[in-house]
Design a protein around this ligand. Sequence first.
Ligand code: CO8
Length: 260
Amino acid sequence: MEYKHILFEVADGVATITINRPKALNALNSEVIGELKDAAARCKTDEAIKAVILTGAGEKSFVAGADISQMAELRPQQAMEFMEAGIETFRMYEVLPKPVIAAVNGFALGGGVELAMSCDIRLASENARFGQPEILIGLIPGWGGTQRLARLVGMGRAKEYILAGGQIDARRAYEIGLVNQVYPLDQLLPEAKKLAAKMANLPGFALKMAKHAINYGYDLALDNAMRLETECCSQCFSTDDQKEGMKAFLEKRKPVFKGK
Ligand code: CO8
């Protein structure tokens, strides 16, 4: 697929996907969602890609939400289709068997924070601002915000942000655990690339298992979740990388992982 609204680059095992509609503050219309979906499938199947970064073009916005001009006249059925396309696409990043980092370079509002919350790790620039302002335009979050925000920051705070539609800055987002780290804007992408490169060189199967156990264990009863962890962990013992990692430790040398 040729991309009109996103940039897709792969270097050193890391795919960087840049949402590129800076004039609309990188708002997500159905075309962008379609391209993001295609890019997620590419990231999943391309074995050269070991980690993924999602970011926005420009210095002002990661993603300022779903495209309001496209949504304004939708009927409920059409809205449902737009919602389902977003939900499916965001979930592809959430369960991608490789780490996904959101590099949040400015506004992450509505669908923007929902996309970031579907990533494994959120790094933010100091100028980033977060919020679920849907209520201000007569809506509620429709791409996972009511669920993922509550899971990340607790129900009380999620209700505060969703019911009042306010924004918080990067520092506050860090304090409440919505973002993992905050950097000056010019250091955000280099730091995201550094972290992605580090993970790209770690044993890929173990990364996949770790993500699987966290994603699918989170909503299970603890005993069932522990069983899932046991299955995922035991499968790592079938890989060359586990053998190499432990052998290298015992021989006091650096491991050479093959990704198998
Ligand atoms: N959709 C469409 N265009 C947008 C959006 C958006 N979400 N956000 C900004 N833009 C456009 C503006 O219209 C403007 O375009 P133009 O220059 O042609 O007038 C351009 O981007 C620049 O924006 P502003 O002039 O408004 O820039 P400011 O710096 O003054 O303000 C803000 C920046 C605060 C980010 C402001 O643009 C804003 O409030 N944007 C809307 C934020 C918002 O409400 N987001 C949530 C949208 S709803 C949502 O995401 C629900 C997701 C899932 C539901 C699916 C249901 C079907």
